[in-house]
Design a protein around this ligand. Structure first.
Ligand code: CTP
Length: 438
């Protein structure tokens, strides 16, 4: 959906490190790019740069303490949470990363973070030994898994006189990344996103079931990321141990049949569907009402479940909806995934080789290849599922802006015959490239 560009509204958190003085340049860079900037400082940041400087440059009252109430009272605090496209923290100290990761809310910035539901980007700066410390890296991994973006620090001379990794990224890089992330804050406004996630369970008897190793993380991450971008999101989830993502309508189901029913109810009103669930392909032909005894269940009679995604791909309501499938494969995922994309009439499929370390079920990370209906493809190297969710949405949105592979028109079978050459999208440009079929 095209909409008029409004100036991005950025909340800049400034924390107490020597690099805090560079926040002034970040504010100027953001303002020059047309952004509105509201600054929140921690108490320690005030030791390094004065609120007056940042107030003058941003043109807005600078907030620090939890109980700071600017003109207009509390309503403004709430309005700030609701009406911002991005929370950027630059510089971010080891302390603030730990507080964000742990959910500590003891000043205005940390309280804002825990109340804020839009995109968050941090630009850490610290001594290189601190940067390398396991606790800092673990906190960053937690934040990344929640979809928080990180503008990695740079190598160079540090304030303590040492050389190493930990210098705040250049103001220019921070501003460019911030503007990119701020656009994500509203990029799916008006869309209705439907996501399936997790495994299904097909009962054998009151205590046993057939299922698989899916954790649901990829689907939950996509649901959360789409919500952060302003979409209305419904998540149909098989049994998982994950907390419900904020602001997402969650319907819990157990069986493939229940999942199919919930999906059908919402499909027509949705505009984008991500089917990440690992749906059981078969269920026992009958469910015993009493617990089966040893020996009784030695031979299972199974019947196929409905292929939910294939039904949607073939269904009358298919047109005008973006349909995205996922495929867990063992071995080279691309060939099998492309066949599924065509067979199920999808716009995109994202496939992984579950035998690779760091990819697949029940781990925090994944490695994916994304295939589009028009033959384009993109590799998504090892990253947390939270980061991958953002990258998947970015790719689809970039292509949509270029008018590529967003919602079906025409028959995919007819087009597929001339899809011998793959097109890899690199750096935003379409690069034609011959690719031999395996
Ligand atoms: N899917 C579905 N309903 C099913 C099976 C799969 O909606 N009964 C969806 C999944 O959510 C996923 C994609 O289809 O998006 C995966 O397709 P596929 O790989 O065909 O499922 P598998 O069962 O893994 O297929 P196969 O065993 O043939 O590899």
């Amino acid at each position: 959906m095209e909409r008029a560009e409004t100036p991005p509204r950025v909340v800049l958190g400034v924390t107490g490190g020597i690099a805090a003085y560079k926040a002034a340049e970040v504010v100027r860079g953001l303002r020059r790019a047309g952004a509105e900037v509201s600054v929140i400082m921690t108490e320690h940041a005030r030791e390094f740069i004065t609120p007056l400087t940042l107030q003058t440059l941003s043109g807005k009252t600078v907030l620090t303490g939890q109980f700071d109430v600017p003109t207009g009272g509390d309503i403004e605090h709430i309005a700030l949470v609701r009406n911002s496209d991005l929370l950027l923290v630059a510089p971010a100290t080891a302390d603030i990363l730990a507080k964000f990761a742990g959910g500590v809310a003891d000043d205005f910035l940390t309280t804002f973070y825990t109340a804020y539901t839009g995109p968050v980007l941090v630009a850490p700066a610290m001594n290189s030994r601190m940067w390398a410390h396991q606790s800092v890296q673990e906190n960053l991994a937690i934040l990344r898994s929640r979809g928080v973006g990180v503008v990695e620090p740079e190598e160079g001379e540090l304030a303590c006189g040492e050389e190493g990794m930990g210098r705040l990224a250049s103001e220019e890089r921070i501003v460019i990344e911030a503007l990119r992330w701020a656009r994500r804050g509203t990029s799916l406004a008006g869309e209705k996103v439907l996501v399936t996630a997790g495994p299904t369970r097909e009962a054998l008897d009151p205590v046993r079931f057939l299922s698989n190793r899916s954790s649901g993380r990829m689907g939950y991450a996509i649901a959360a990321a789409a919500r952060r971008r302003g979409a209305a999101v419904s998540l149909i989830s098989g049994p998982t141990s994950l907390p419900p993502p904020w602001g997402v309508e969650l319907a819990r189901v157990e069986t493939a049949e229940q999942m199919a029913e919930q999906v059908r109810r919402r499909f027509e009103e949705s505009t984008i569907c991500f089917m990440t669930a690992a749906v059981s392909d078969y269920r026992p032909s009958k469910v015993s009402q009493r617990k089966l005894s040893r020996g009784e269940g030695r031979v299972l009679d199974l019947v196929p479940t409905e292929d939910i995604l294939a039904s949607l791909g073939r269904g009358a309501s298919r047109e005008g909806r973006l349909l995205v499938g996922f495929a867990a494969e063992t071995g080279n995922p691309e060939t099998a995934a492309r066949k599924k994309l065509l067979d199920k009439n999808l716009d995109y499929i994202f496939a992984n080789d579950v035998t690779r370390s760091g990819a697949g079920f029940d781990v925090e990370t994944n490695i994916l290849v994304g295939l589009a209906r028009d033959g384009s493809w993109r590799k998504f190297p090892l990253a947390s599922k939270g980061e991958l969710a953002e990258q998947i949405l970015d790719w689809i949105e970039e292509r949509r802006k270029k008018g590529l592979a967003f919602a079906v028109t025409g028959s995919v079978k007819a087009r597929s015959s001339r899809e011998e050459g793959g097109k890899e999208e690199a750096g935003g440009a379409l690069v034609a490239r011959r690719r031999s079929r395996p």
